[in-house]
Design a protein around this ligand. Sequence first.
Ligand SMILES: Cc1cc2nc3c(=O)[nH]c(=O)nc-3n(C[C@H](O)[C@H](O)[C@H](O)COP(=O)(O)O)c2cc1C
Length: 194
Amino acid sequence: MLLNFNDNLDNYKLMRQAIIPRPIAWIITEDDKTNIAPFSYFMALTSTPPTMVISIGEKSSGEPKDTLANIRKTKKCTICIPKESQLNKMHFSSKELEHDISEADLFDIKLEEKAKEFPPMIKGAPIAFFCELFEELDIRGSKHKPIIVEIKQMYIDESCFTNREKLHFEFAPIARIGGDYSFLGEKIPAPKIP
Ligand SMILES: Cc1cc2nc3c(=O)[nH]c(=O)nc-3n(C[C@H](O)[C@H](O)[C@H](O)COP(=O)(O)O)c2cc1C
């Protein structure tokens, strides 16, 4: 089957089943309330400078999602990489809420201050990136706004290190597969190219 992308196709449905696994950015931002939400249109972009991209859509009302509104306002966000045991709370935090209701309060998600001048991280997350807004992109014809953020600081939980001196670490991440999830399981060493 060869499909032509046009208005009659559900692009999102097709792309999210095929472009897998997608990492999950569990993003904390601040306004009057602390906001938490997961995003899987998310990827590393450049290592120097250290940037990542997150594509953020609109609320059902057509307003910007709270994460985008807060990043535009404060120019900062903290991005946690969730581990297997955090799947439920991460998923719950995607619920669309009024701007003045915090997912942290509603779903009892514990936060921890880690890097000065940045939003708190999710307590127990293996990895957190403390980021500043680098650039907001405008994709013509899209309701999604890709946000490029620059990593300023990174937290690695001590329990993740396999070799601390060499900064080798491992953790049990969650990936998005279509609208569901997967644990990544077995690691396969990269074969030598002949
Ligand atoms: C695993 C997962 C990944 C998601 N990825 C995205 C995404 O990449 N872009 C997006 O706009 N919404 C995404 N969502 C939906 C948002 O999490 C949801 O709209 C949330 O209410 C946004 O919250 P906010 O208004 O507090 O920013 C995702 C939801 C889940 C559960």
